[in-house]
Structures are given as structure tokens and as C-alpha cells.
Ligand binder design. Structure first.
Ligand code: FAD
Length: 404
């Protein structure tokens, strides 16, 4: 299809989405307003609406749930059989929020949306293998529960009022701004600091990207840009082992990429050393035979063997393959990092409700809090579960305020 036709149809699609958003009416004073309609916001909206609250989601994008579509390379790694607080940056806070039944509660929520999944070494994917299945069932459940999903609304301000909280947003389909009041507001705007909250004087942690590749000092193996190897990777700081992960590693001109490196990016600092064992999966007798036969090509990528000096000494090259050392200089491709660390400081929120202690009626969930987890479904699990907790508590508070 010629590119101009594709462009036109994209424009038409956007026009249709904006027209639908413009036709969605936001009630003046719903019980609960959810700011942000990603994984956490949709879960919060479902929980709030199913607890009887009139609920509106204000989403900056033309439609809700689009951030889910890119997850897991379009397959959505929605959870993990090994869910546990110690896979997150703040295990004590996450543990206080999710309690003993993190996995059961998360799967019960996803099952209640009509999703089925299967495990790939503990990582859970929808049986359809498609992220749009996950988005579709969430949108359907939110609508069934009566939540209003209002796209093309960019939240600009959340403020205290005499009756609760007010939320002001800009509409992308008009030049107008609008304001609504609610008894409870759930903030679910994802990673990064939300300027709209600045008037509430909340405690913020500086943000920085995590789950991205690592940049390293120049080294001969990095000349093999684009090559994939299997390796056990050890992260060392001044000789002390910080972490060890095994799996596929992508060699890049600037450093290393792949899920193993994404996970190590949560800990690594400039100056740390990555030590790669490229023979971790190779039996010792195969290594001995390679030395006897004077060729490493049967157990290593021949190009890699050459870079490690196998044409001079196979034994030395194989010894080197057990300890390829690279010095970390920083993070790489941060614009495509999967998660943002930092955001709203966790301890100002009550872990039972995710309500802000200093702003009655304000709740937060998902990545806007200072919670980030390992690759493998941990971040979405936090989004689903924290969303459900915040949405439920927001509805309960709205009901209590009504009867006062
Ligand atoms: C490429 C990629 C792949 C990933 N794959 C996985 C995976 O397979 N498994 C996994 O567990 N995690 C994965 N993650 C991480 C995961 O997507 C996030 O942790 C999760 O989406 C966080 O959910 P959230 O609802 O808090 O934030 P988001 O999903 O980012 O949703 C926030 C929403 O708020 C909206 N918003 C922001 N500001 C405003 C505003 N001012 N007004 C109104 N709306 C606003 C945004 O448009 C967005 O829709 C991936 C991340 C990326 C980038």
C-alpha cells in the first residue's frame, strides 16, 4: 500500500477516534475519576465501577488501553507464576500492598475479565498470544460495569476543593478545558512525574528509566553488532557479585541488550563490570574435544571465536569465552525503556488502600508510584493488582463520603 494511503487511513482512524471521544460525555461530579486509562487505570476503573461508584476514566490518548498493545512484543506478558515482592525495587512496600495472595488475586482479576493464559517458563501470556485480547477484555469489562471511558482528555490539574477534589483537563478534539469534581481521584498516569499534581505538595522521587540495554566501554566482541549469544552474565561492583542472570544476549556496537541486560539495568551503575560466560551451557567434554580438534567453531559462533583469538590459540580463546568482561558506562536506548523508576514516593500512601495520607480522596496505582519490577510480567502484575486495590478503596471512600 502506498505510504500516503496509509497516512490517510491513519488520519481517518484518528478522526474517528476523536469523534467518538468527543461524543463521550463526562458527568459533572462522578464518584470516582481515574486519571490515565492504561493497565492500572483500567483495573482501577473496573474495581470502582463494580463496587457501585459512578466512574470516569480520563485518558490523554484518543482511546484507553493503547499502552497495553506494545507489551511483550505485542503478545503481553501479563503475569508470572513466580510473583513475589522481592522481584520489585521496594519489596517491603509491595509486600504490604499485595499481601500473601498476590498471584491468586492477580489471576482471579484477569480470569474475571474472561482471559485465558498459558505459561512459557513461568511467564504468562494470553492463549491468543495477542496483547489486543488483553486490552479488549479490559475495555469490555469496564464498560459492562458502567465506567465512562473518555479519551482525548489530557489531565492538567488535580486540586483540593471544599467538597473533595477537582480535576481539570484539556480536550484534544476542541480548544476547550473542562473541570469535574469527584469524591475520589485515582492517579494512574504511568511512569514520569505528573505535573498536574504539583499543587498537592506530594513527595516525589526523581525518575530514571530502567529495563533497557546497557552501554559499555569499547571491547572487541562489541564489533559483532547484532549477533545473539547465549550467556550467563554476572554483574560485579568492585569485585563483589551483585546479580547473575542467564539467557540470550544481543551484542550491540554500544554495549549489550536483551532481557538479561534489561533486568541487570535495574542494578547496574557506571563502572560496574559485566562478566559473560559464553560456555555456561557447554559440557566440559565438548570443550576438551574442541581443544583436541583445534577448532572452537562447533561450540561458539565462528565469528565470535575469531574475535576471541581462536585462530591463534583455541584453548586461550575458549578460556577467554568463559570471562568476557565489559565495563558499564551507563544505560542505553533509554527512550525505549520499559519502565520508569521513581515517581510518587511510596510511603506517603497507605498500603491497604493506596490512598495518600496527606490528601484525603487521592489514590495512586501502577507505575506512577515508585515501584518497578523485573522483566517477565512483574510490572503489569503490579499495575493490575495495585489498580484493583486503589479502585476498590476509591469507591468505598466515595460511598462513605456520600452518607456523611
Ligand atoms: C515496550 C514495552 C513493553 C512492555 N512489556 C511488558 C510486558 O510484557 N510485561 C510487563 O509486565 N510489563 C511490560 N512493560 C511495562 C508495562 O507496560 C508497564 O509497567 C505498565 O503498562 C504500567 O501500567 P500503568 O497503567 O501504570 O501505566 P501506562 O500503561 O503507561 O498507562 C498510563 C496511561 O495514562 C495516560 N496518561 C498519562 N498522562 C496523562 C494525563 N496527563 N492525562 C490523561 N492520561 C494520561 C497514558 O496515555 C496511558 O494510557 C512494557 C513496557 C514497554 C514500554
Amino acid at each position: 500500500m502506498p505510504s500516503h494511503t496509509r497516512t490517510e487511513s491513519r488520519q481517518q482512524l484518528r478522526a474517528r477516534q476523536l469523534a467518538r471521544a468527543a461524543n463521550t460525555r463526562v458527568p459533572d461530579s462522578p464518584d470516582v475519576i481515574v486519571c490515565g486509562g492504561g493497565a492500572a487505570g483500567l483495573s482501577a476503573a473496573i474495581a470502582a465501577a463494580e463496587h457501585g461508584a459512578t466512574t470516569v476514566v480520563l485518558e490523554r490518548d484518543a482511546e484507553c488501553g493503547r499502552s497495553i498493545l506494545a507489551t511483550g512484543n505485542g503478545r503481553c506478558n501479563l503475569s508470572n507464576l513466580e510473583l513475589s515482592p522481592d522481584r520489585y525495587n521496594d519489596p517491603s512496600f509491595v509486600g504490604d500492598v499485595v499481601g500473601e495472595t498476590f498471584l491468586e488475586d492477580t489471576l482471579s482479576f484477569l480470569g474475571g475479565c474472561g482471559l485465558a493464559w498459558r505459561s512459557e517458563e513461568g511467564r504468562l501470556y494470553p492463549t491468543s498470544n495477542r496483547a489486543d485480547s488483553v486490552r479488549s477484555v479490559l475495555l469490555a469489562r469496564a464498560r459492562r460495569a458502567g465506567a465512562v471511558l473518555a479519551g482525548a482528555r489530557d489531565v492538567r490539574r488535580v486540586e483540593r476543593t471544599s467538597r473533595g477534589l477537582s480535576v481539570t483537563w484539556d480536550e484534544s478534539f476542541s480548544d476547550r478545558s473542562a473541570t469535574a469534581e469527584a469524591r475520589s481521584v485515582v492517579v494512574a498516569t504511568g511512569g514520569g512525574v505528573m505535573a498536574a499534581l504539583s499543587g498537592l505538595k506530594l513527595d516525589l522521587k526523581p525518575t530514571s528509566p530502567v529495563l533497557c540495554p546497557l552501554a559499555c566501554e569499547k571491547a572487541p566482541v562489541l564489533a559483532l553488532d547484532g549477533r545473539r549469544v547465549r550467556a550467563e552474565v554476572t554483574l560485579l561492583r568492585q569485585g563483589t557479585v551483585l546479580a547473575r542472570e542467564a539467557g540470550e544476549v544481543l551484542l550491540r556496537g554500544y554495549g549489550l541488550s536483551g532481557i538479561v541486560l534489561f533486568d541487570l539495568s535495574r542494578l547496574a551503575l557506571p563502572g560496574d563490570v559485566l562478566s559473560l560466560d559464553l560456555l555456561a551451557d557447554v559440557p566440559d567434554d565438548a570443550v576438551r574435544r574442541a581443544i583436541e580438534l583445534n577448532t572452537a567453531d562447533g561450540i561458539l559462533d565462528p565469528e565470535l571465536a575469531r574475535v576471541l583469538g581462536a585462530q591463534t590459540s583455541v584453548a586461550a580463546a575458549l578460556e577467554g569465552a568463559r570471562r568476557v568482561r565489559l565495563t558499564v558506562t551507563g544505560l542505553a536506548e533509554t527512550d525505549r525503556a520499559q519502565v520508569m523508576r521513581g515517581g510518587l514516593a511510596n510511603r506517603q500512601f497507605d498500603p491497604r488502600t493506596l490512598g495518600a495520607r496527606s490528601v484525603p480522596g487521592l489514590f495512586a496505582c501502577g507505575e506512577v508510584l515508585d515501584v518497578d519490577g523485573a522483566c517477565g510480567g512483574f510490572n503489569l502484575s503490579w499495575a493490575w493488582r495495585s489498580g484493583e486495590i486503589a479502585g476498590t478503596a476509591a469507591a468505598v471512600r466515595a460511598r462513605e463520603e456520600k452518607v456523611r
